[in-house]
Design a binder for this molecule. Structure first.
Ligand code: 5AD
Ligand code: SF4
Length: 467
């Protein structure tokens, strides 16, 4: 089919939504839809929404209001635009979206994205469609693979969802309701997808899941495989250079996975391990199923296994009942661990979750003040961590040309951008870089063992202009 129609997908929230958006685009490509970055040019517009925090629903409705105006202007010019809402807000709101915003013709949940072609066809024949039932079939099997040129255009680093959903039921979180129960893909299918990506030039894969280290899929030998087993098998793909995974729960950091950090060189020494709070009382109220001491013990064991590892985490401030003392415990935990990066959030009541109806909701101004103090601390730690990477030799996986002639940009094991003067032929390879300076978040450096004439051209003013 020729590509005459255009689709624009706007994705919010986590990497899993980015992955879903790409797979919807790949599947629609089979029906002749080309992707466009410009909503005005699009015949089909999909908002792939996130419900995790802050006024998510209201934001979607105001975005839809803008899209309705655009749709009306297009209609006046004789063009038909179709508006669809996907993702976790679609799952949570369902047909309410079409009731409140008539411009929307299709609502589909994250578990139904594989039906996108059929659903769009129904909408194109005049129906308004809502599909938020949790599908029983394997959605990943039914989504189309990207075309080779599309994979190449997306770059050398790719996401692969290996696990979805969550059974942990943290009391603040909507994920167990919007993404359903924990479910893992089979190792065979993940490997097939990974091998296909690698054959098209991908060199780094980040395994995704709401609870990725709870992965337990059917293995190649028919037995249950853990995440560490899956990683070990993926590491055997020769041209795959780097493996990462996110997001993990402390409870599922088992011995095997910790040992994988020691034994598998391709597994990057960077671990996102959210703790949410440093107070045992709040961790209990959050139903996190681990204590502060247990979290710290895991960090220590991972550090023993892989001394150069860096950690990142998520924190929520102002969870119902959080006192000044509880918040001080969070600050103390951050000081203890010394994170390379943290994501900090004000608690936001999510309808239908247990914490939203807890008494003792924390006043907004208290949340704001705590967030500010926590951010100040984590930003200082991030800066200190980045500074500690200066003057070191780091392996860098080069991803793309830099802003300046003769420059390419890669990433360190810790995801810091590293621009260097080096030939484009190094893109897609790992090379050692000696870092000499930190510019905002970028590490400036030179290739180790670069020929003297190239280093001579590599004047600092030129390189520094990057960051
Ligand atoms: N309020 C604030 N932050 C939240 N998160 C999840 N739910 C909420 C909520 N209701 C944060 C957690 C989680 C991250 C993805 O989003 O820190 O780890
Ligand atoms: Fe949400 Fe907790 Fe599950 Fe993470 S572990 S997705 S925070 S319920």
């Amino acid at each position: 089919m020729s590509e005459t129609r255009k689709v624009h997908i706007k994705s919010f929230g986590c990497q899993m939504n980015v992955y879903d958006a790409r797979r919807m685009a790949d599947t629609l490509a089979r029906d002749g839809y080309a992707e466009t970055a410009d909503p005005e040019q699009a015949d089909l517009i999909i908002l792939n929404t996130c419900h995790i925090r802050e006024k998510a629903v209201e934001k979607v409705y105001s975005e839809l209001g803008r899209l309705r105006e655009m749709k009306e202007e297009s209609a006046a010019l004789g063009r038909t635009q179709t508006i669809a809402v996907a993702g976790c807000v679609a799952q949570a709101e369902g047909k309410e979206i079409i009731r409140r915003e008539k411009a929307v013709r299709l609502v589909l949940g994250p578990q139904n994205i594989h039906r996108i072609s059929e659903l769009v066809a129904r909408v194109n024949s005049g129906e308004a469609v809502v599909d938020t039932e949790f599908a029983v079939e394997d959605k990943f099997e039914q989504l189309a693979a990207p075309k080779p040129e599309v994979t190449r255009a997306r770059g050398i680093s790719a996401f692969v969802t290996v696990q979805e959903g969550c059974d942990k039921f943290c009391t603040f979180c909507v994920v167990p309701y919007t993404r359903g129960n924990e479910a893992s893909r089979s190792a065979e299918r993940i490997l097939r997808e990974a091998e296909s990506l690698v054959s098209q030039g991908v060199r780094e894969i980040t395994l995704l899941g709401q609870n990725v280290n709870a992965y337990h899929g059917c293995g190649l030998d028919g037995r249950d495989w853990s995440l560490s087993k899956l990683i070990a098998r993926l590491a055997e793909i020769p041209e795959l250079l780097r493996i990462r995974y996110m997001t993990s729960h402390p409870r599922d950091m088992d011995d095997e996975l910790i040992e994988a950090h020691r034994d598998i060189e391709k597994l990057m020494p960077f671990l996102h391990l959210p703790v949410q709070s440093g107070s045992d009382r709040i961790l209990g109220e959050m139903n996190r199923k681990h204590t502060r001491a247990e979290y710290l013990a895991i960090i220590e064991r991972v550090r023993e296994a892989r001394p150069d590892i860096a950690f990142s985490s998520d924190f929520i401030v102002g969870f119902p009942g959080e006192t000044d003392g509880d918040f001080e415990d969070t600050l103390a935990l951050v000081r203890d661990v010394r994170f390379a990066q943290c994501f900090t959030f004000k608690y936001s009541p999510r309808p239908g979750t247990p914490a939203s109806s807890m008494s003792e909701q924390v006043p907004e101004e208290v949340k704001t003040e705590r967030l500010y103090r926590l951010q100040e601390l984590v930003e200082r730690q991030q800066h200190e961590f980045n500074l500690s990477c200066v003057g070191r030799e780091l392996d860098v996986l080069f991803e793309k040309p830099g802003r300046h002639e003769g420059q390419i940009v890669g990433r360190s094991p810790y995801l810091q951008p590293v621009p260097v003067m080096a030939p484009q032929s190094l893109i897609g390879t790992v090379a050692r870089v000696r870092t000499s300076e930190l510019r905002t978040y970028s590490l400036i450096g030179d290739l180790v063992g670069a020929p003297a004439d190239r280093l001579a051209q590599n004047s600092h003013s030129e390189v520094n202009a990057f960051a």
